[in-house]
Design a protein around this ligand. Sequence first.
Ligand code: NZQ
Ligand code: ZN
Length: 379
Amino acid sequence: MINFTFYTPTRVLFGVGRIKEVGSEIKKSNVKKVLLVAGGGSIKKNGVYDTVIASLQEQGIDWVELWGVVPNPVLSKVMEGISLAKESGVDGVLAVGGGSVIDTAKAIASGIYLDDVWASFLGKEKIKQALPLFVVLTISATGSECNGNFVITNEETKQKLGNHSPLVYPKVSIIDPSVQRTLPWNQTANGACDALSHIMESYFSGGGNETTLYVDEALTKAIIDATDKLMLNEDDLEARANLAWAATLALNGVSAAQLKGDWASHDIEHAISALHPEVAHGAGLAVVFPAWITHVWKENEPTFRRWARNVWDTDDVLTAVERLKSTYKRWGLPISLRELNLEKSEIPAIAQNATQLGKLGTVKELAQEDVEKILEIAY
Ligand code: NZQ
Ligand code: ZN
């Protein structure tokens, strides 16, 4: 048994029509003025923005807006948000969007109290305070709506790094799966792949806790089943709801209790996105994860065999990897670096970027040469 702490302070409002409760939820926290953080405009097209604004107005909550958060969000937008938050005297942050918007909002909410927000990503400055954060989620993928993680790219140094603080957990997250019907199919598939990857990052490092392993197998099956149903009918609300809830549970601590975690595949993917911001996180993971399993599975054979048997109905790990890849392929995801339009000659630079702060992973500690081997398998 491994001791663990389970912390999920976020209040979740789940279901159709619940976005209109955002104003009253903010009011309950005594927040008077929020910085509304948003992406490239999808929330204006699908009506989410109008619902949010009507709810803020109804409750007498003031707001200022920060638009233009891009997928693989960048430090310069965080800095812009920190300046705007300071100038306008907000006492809360409201993220309306996906992981990129939420992560930017977390960096602003904590960065407003730091001398140098990037120093906190490098472990050189500690987050001691943060503005209260509220979330209206529009794409299920990262689990950022219910965790304390955030990932930002420093465009100057070409580093995409994760950060964590218990202080940036959203106070409230509203998940209305019906607003995800406007997602382009590739974003739904990216989200499903990201959620599956979060489960795998914990699962394969395990062996300790049977309950969590069973939960993880069930979540994996739920995600695959819901995504297959959505592929047939993108308006299937039950499937949207199932995918959304499974994606939240995939990275709110439930899927990881008593498991060490590995996160090498995420680190490798983050290096790809750092150097190629056009690569979506979920798409990068579809390429990296099967190659990582192929490279490391013999290091923890019993757990990989259990996954092959209980999820993919085979005793052979490499057959299970092929089934995972064909699932991704069926969903239209890329499964090779070539499909991401990357050159083979870029492999050393990606591997160097991924390992610049040290070796990766726990199932097998990966140095730059190992990462290069994984990327060659992925090519
Ligand atoms: O920018 P807008 O116009 O809103 O469009 C977005 C964006 O283009 C669009 N979209 C979102 N909801 C929509 C919609 N389009 C139509 N209808 C809707 N309802 O989808 C695109 C992708 O959005 P993004 O927020 O980038 O997606 P995702 O949630 O996958 O976030 C990815 C980012 O989160 C990080 C990733 O590395 C990446 O930077 N991660 C964050 C984690 C965390 N905080 O815990 C963990 C993850 O492992 C991950 O690293
Ligand atoms: Zn992820």
